[in-house]
Design a protein around this ligand. Structure first.
Ligand SMILES: *Cc1c(COP(=O)(O)O)cnc(C)c1O
Length: 406
């Protein structure tokens, strides 16, 4: 297919464009209203045109857009303090995207080991099915062979363990520690794999992982890029497990739609990052900082408690759909990162296209899963509407599939 624009063809795009948004709704350039259960892939935390976010950004836009990290940036200090306080960690580095955050998290883990005199501990273990971004290094961390095709060679220093399998992971960590020349610097996990199909780690996994990483002296990196910023129903998804990671990577929803990345680290890790060790021209830009402060201001304990009850309602309604439709074999995820695992005769792209035809946006994922990523402030009537659309779409998909079998 020849492209009709000068935009590179590296995305499979729907022939649809939007002119503006209001809350959980996007308005297309044709004037149609779409219910947004995609949120730009977990980015529009508070939907579209949230007055507090618009206000924070436009006020900053009239004052100062950019200064270099050669100077103090008070807006960074403000956001860093909020993130440190709410995570229980100590220091924050700012960048502009998820891959930059995960990559910086890996650099920090290696550097911290180096700083402590463990010069061989450079390896990062990730889960099978993980997605950590698309830079060359993060492609090695990400477990999607198709994404690597033609981009090799992959850098060394990354390995994978079977998803959710604590025994296998513990064996790898212990045998590395007992080898006499340990190589593993850190384990990096998403508590719910987003791109991997809204797959949550088994209950108790994070607590066991924290215990075994402490035992062998390696670091724990939480990739909260997608599940963080309240999407799990808690500001950080690991909160209910009671653990504290050494390093937390954040991005997507942190500034509600303004580009941002952040890495939160303990004092022990952060102290290895001496002046000149890492940097980013745009990282910690005042516009991004103000937008993120406004998002975090909205995501207080009351908001999150209310969100958890709306999430429970959505899960209950989806469970009803699963009873009714053989097309859904599993509902999984956490908070507002929800996966509908489809039966083999359906594909996520078919369901996504059918939803779009009914003016609702959803996101495909691996493992034959459709992802629902509503804004965290989605209203209950919009949740009911979404479930009604899915009901219609699944009935139509099933009918089509049964005709294909005739
Ligand atoms: C999206 C994502 C990334 C990469 O973020 P980009 O901003 O696209 O670079 C990394 N980790 C996880 C868990 C993600 O979902």
């Amino acid at each position: 297919m020849t492209s009709t624009t000068a935009v590179m063809g590296n995305y499979g795009r729907a022939d649809l464009a939007f002119s503006h948004g209001e809350g959980s709704w996007l308005i297309s350039t044709d004037g149609d209203r779409y219910l947004d259960f995609a949120t730009g892939i977990a980015v529009n935390t508070l939907g579209h045109s949230h007055p507090k976010l618009v206000d924070a950004l436009t006020r900053q836009a009239g004052k100062l857009w950019h200064v270099s990290n050669l100077y103090n940036i008070p807006e960074q200090a403000e956001l860093a303090q909020i993130l440190a306080k709410r995570s229980g960690l100590d220091q924050v580095f700012f960048c502009n995207s998820g891959a930059e955050a995960t990559e910086a998290a890996v650099k920090m883990a290696r550097r911290a080991m180096h700083h402590m005199g463990h010069h061989n501990r450079h390896k990062i273990l990730c889960a099978e099915g993980a997605f950590h971004g698309r830079t060359i290094a993060m492609l090695a961390a990400t477990d999607r062979p198709a994404f690597r095709e033609g981009f090799g060679p992959m850098p060394d220093g990354f390995g994978h363990f079977p998803f959710g399998n604590m025994n296998a992971l513990r064996d790898q960590l212990i045998s590395d520690a007992e080898s006499g020349a340990p190589e593993i610097a850190a384990v990096m996990v998403e508590s719910v794999q987003g791109e991997g199909g809204a797959r949550p780690l088994p209950d108790g996994f994070l607590a066991e992982l924290r215990a075994v990483t402490n035992e062998v002296g390696c670091l724990l990196i939480a990739d909260e890029v997608q599940i963080g910023v309240g999407r799990s129903g808690h500001l950080f998804s690991f909160e209910p497990s009671g653990i504290k990671p050494d390093i937390i990577a954040m991005a997507k929803g942190l500034a509600g739609g303004f580009p941002i990345g952040a890495v939160i680290a303990t004092e022990a890790v952060g102290s290895a990052m001496t002046p000149g060790s890492h940097g980013s021209t745009f990282g910690g830009n005042p516009l991004a900082m103000q937008a993120a402060c406004a998002v975090l201001d909205v995501l207080d304990a009351d908001f999150l408690a209310d969100m958890r009850s709306r999430s429970a309602m959505l899960f209950a309604e989806l469970d009803g759909l699963k009873q009714k439709h053989q097309a859904i074999i599993e509902i999984r995820g956490n908070g507002f990162l929800i996966g509908l695992v489809l039966a083999d005769h359906l594909t996520p792209l078919d369901v996504m296209a059918a939803c779009r035809a009914h003016h609702m946006l959803v996101v495909p994922a691996a493992a034959n899963t459709v992802r629902l990523l509503p804004p965290l402030n989605v209203r209950t009537e919009d949740i009911h509407h979404a479930v009604a659309v899915l009901d219609t779409v699944l009935s139509a998909c099933e009918e089509k599939a049964s005709h294909n079998h005739d």
